[in-house]
Design a protein around this ligand. Structure first.
Ligand SMILES: Cc1cc2nc3c(=O)[nH]c(=O)nc-3n(C[C@H](O)[C@H](O)[C@H](O)COP(=O)(O)OP(=O)(O)OC[C@H]3O[C@@H](n4cnc5c(N)ncnc54)[C@H](O)[C@@H]3O)c2cc1C
Length: 243
C-alpha cells in the first residue's frame, strides 16, 4: 500500500534547484531588440565590436523588457510546500508542473530550519529582520517539528493502509513537507521574481522575502548568471529592477 515506513522519514534543511533545459542567449536578446530597427539586417551583423553587451545594458536601464522574453529556462525545484505557495503567486511568464498528492504518495521528507536561519523577529512588519535567539530554542524548534511531522506521517500512512485515497489522506500533511516541480520562465519573468524574492539593501526597491524562498531564488540566479551573464550583470548594475 505504501512505499515507505515510519523509519524512512527524512528531515532536510535545504531546497534543491537544478537547471533542466534552456534556450536563448544574451546575443539573442540584443538581436530581438535590433529587429525593431534593422529587420532581417540582424542576420548580417558580423563585427559587433562589443556592442551587444552595451545594448543589453541599455535595454535594462531603460526598461525595454520584451527582448528579454525570447528565451527560456526550465528548473527542477524541490522545496517545502510553503515555499511553493509563495512561488506560485508569480503568474506571468511562469509555467509550473508539480508532483501530485492525489495521484502519488508524497515522500516522507520534511523541512526543519537549520541553525543559520533566524527565528526571532527583530524588525517590523514592513521591514522584517529575523535573528537568532536563545541557542536552546533551536533545539526546541527541531524537536517540536520532528515530533509533529512524525505524527502527521504516521496518520497519513495509517489511512493509506486501510484504503483511504491519497487525495483524502494527504489532508493531514503539513506545509513543511517537501514537494517537487518543474518551473519554466524567461529572463524577464525570472528577474521580476528575483527582484521580489531576494534581499539586497542597495537595490532600487529592496524586498524582504522569506528566507526559504530566497535560497531557491539565489540558486536560480546562479544558473541564470551562467546562461545570461550580460543580462544578469546589467540587472545588478541597474538596481535589480526587472525591465
Ligand atoms: C515580501 C513579500 C511579501 C508578500 N506578502 C504577501 C501577503 O501578505 N499576502 C499575499 O497575498 N501576497 C503576498 N505577497 C505576494 C505578492 O502580493 C505577489 O502575489 C507576488 O509577489 C507575485 O508578484 P506579481 O503579482 O508582481 O507577479 P506576477 O503574477 O508574475 O505578475 C508580474 C507582473 O505582471 C503584472 N500583472 C500580473 N497580473 C496582473 C493583473 N491581474 N492585473 C494587472 N497587472 C498584472 C504586474 O505588473 C505584475 O507585477 C508577498 C510578496 C513578497 C515579495
Amino acid at each position: 500500500v505504501s512505499n515507505w515506513d515510519q523509519d524512512d522519514i527524512k528531515f532536510l534543511s535545504h531546497a534543491d534547484v537544478r537547471i533542466i533545459d534552456h534556450m536563448g542567449s544574451d546575443l539573442a536578446i540584443a538581436n530581438a531588440a535590433r529587429v525593431s530597427v534593422i529587420g532581417d539586417g540582424v542576420f548580417k551583423i558580423e563585427d559587433r565590436e562589443g556592442k551587444d553587451k552595451g545594448l543589453v545594458n541599455y535595454l535594462m536601464k531603460h526598461r525595454h523588457g520584451t527582448p528579454f522574453e525570447h528565451n527560456s529556462m526550465t528548473f527542477f525545484v524541490k522545496a517545502p510546500i510553503f515555499v511553493f505557495r509563495e512561488f506560485h503567486r508569480h503568474r506571468v511568464g511562469f509555467s509550473y508542473n508539480e508532483m501530485s498528492g492525489r495521484y502519488s504518495e508524497l515522500h516522507p521528507e520534511f523541512y526543519i530550519p537549520g541553525p543559520e536561519r533566524g527565528w526571532v523577529q527583530a524588525g517590523t512588519p514592513a521591514r522584517p529582520k529575523l535573528v537568532k535567539g536563545d541557542p536552546d530554542a533551536h533545539g526546541i524548534i527541531v524537536q517540536s517539528m520532528e515530533r509533529s511531522y512524525k505524527v502527521a506521517w504516521r496518520e497519513y500512512q495509517n489511512m493509506l493502509a486501510i484504503g483511504v485515497a491519497k487525495e483524502v489522506a494527504r489532508d493531514v500533511l503539513p506545509v513543511g513537507i517537501y514537494s517537487q516541480m518543474y518551473v519554466t520562465c524567461n529572463a524577464r519573468s525570472l528577474m521580476a521574481f528575483l527582484s521580489l524574492r531576494t534581499q539586497y539593501e542597495d537595490s532600487t526597491f529592496p524586498s524582504y522575502p522569506l528566507y526559504e524562498i530566497e535560497t531557491v531564488a539565489d540558486q536560480m540566479e546562479s544558473h541564470a548568471e551562467k546562461l545570461f551573464p550580460w543580462t544578469m550583470e546589467a540587472f545588478n548594475n541597474n538596481g535589480r529592477v526587472a525591465p
